[in-house]
Design a protein around this ligand. Structure first.
Ligand code: NAP
Length: 253
């Protein structure tokens, strides 16, 4: 990682759901590039472990427990960040839930509410709390999914919430301009705990690899690199955009 630049020197970055998987790699990447990072997730133990790992790599890090659909914990995440670092430059909204494999018309009310609450509404409410502390030149990145473009049967409603994030990106880019840029990364398939169906089934894994043009699954580092680009000043003329990082799996023109 020594060859990385220092695009985030002096910047403060919050990444939600960042104690493992894609969120952790994003926090690590921003930290390697000089950011003071704030990691969070639901479980104190996971937060402590992530903080320890990042600190061991020389990254300036604060850990805060935050279940994104808990209003008090969202407020606390913002307050602790501002108390420690005095400002916010980057927010990566990465938390998502996929509690069901049911068809949309068979999904329980409570599950529909949970999907909306965690995957979309919590991102909006976190930004509401953060807005007064966002610096001029700040950047928001939402983590959507390739499934936003063509929801898969087994994750259809999850896909629809990810489609909503594309619209939210456009709407908030307009609302938060010109001081804050708002962009979105749509990952392809990355073998993480969230996507353990890929790891558990060799045939599924092969089928997904074959759907890509690059003949491989994505890595958490691939997602972190794209997110860091959009959050950095290298993307200072880019807002309201979605970057698909899916190895060439078809998405849109
Ligand atoms: P992951 O490896 O399973 O990591 C999930 C992280 O989120 C953990 O740190 C977990 O920690 C935390 N978390 C879970 N629920 C939370 C909540 N309600 N509030 C706060 N933190 C929470 O997942 P991932 O694959 O990196 O997924 C990250 C994002 O990428 C999601 O938005 C997902 O939709 C998107 N994505 C993933 C893929 C893929 O193939 N992996 C593809 C497209 C999009 P705790 O258990 O401590 O809360």
């Amino acid at each position: 990682m020594e060859k990385l630049g220092r695009r985030f020197q002096g910047k403060v970055a919050i990444v939600t759901a960042s104690t493992q998987g894609i969120g952790f790699s994003i926090a690590e990447r921003l930290g390697f590039e000089g950011a003071s990072v704030v990691v969070s997730s639901r479980k104190q133990k996971n937060v402590d472990e992530a903080v320890e790992k990042l600190r061991a790599k020389g990254i300036q890090v604060l850990g805060v427990v935050c279940h994104v659909s808990n209003a008090q914990q969202r407020k606390n995440l913002i307050e602790k960040t501002v108390q420690k670092y005095g400002k916010i430059d980057v927010i990566v909204s990465n938390a998502a839930s996929n509690p069901s494999v049911d068809a949309i018309l068979e999904t329980q009310d409570s599950v529909l509410d949970k999907l909306w609450e965690i995957n979309v509404k919590a991102s909006i409410l976190l930004l509401k709390d953060a807005a007064p502390h966002l610096e001029k030149g700040s950047a928001i990145v939402f983590i959507s999914s390739i499934g936003a473009y063509q929801p898969q049967a087994s994750m259809a409603m999850y896909g629809v919430t990810k489609t909503a994030l594309l619209g939210l990106t456009k709407a908030l880019a307009s609302e938060m301009a010109p001081d804050t840029r708002v962009n979105c990364v749509a990952p392809g398939f990355v073998p993480t705990h969230f996507a353990d169906f890929i790891m558990k089934n060799e045939a599924v894994r092969k089928a997904i690899e074959e759907k890509t043009l690059l003949n491989r699954l994505g890595t958490t580092e691939d997602m972190a690199a794209a997110t860091a680009f959009l959050a950095s000043d290298d993307a200072s003329y880019i807002t309201g955009e979605i970057l698909v990082v899916a190895g060439g799996i078809p998405s849109r023109l």
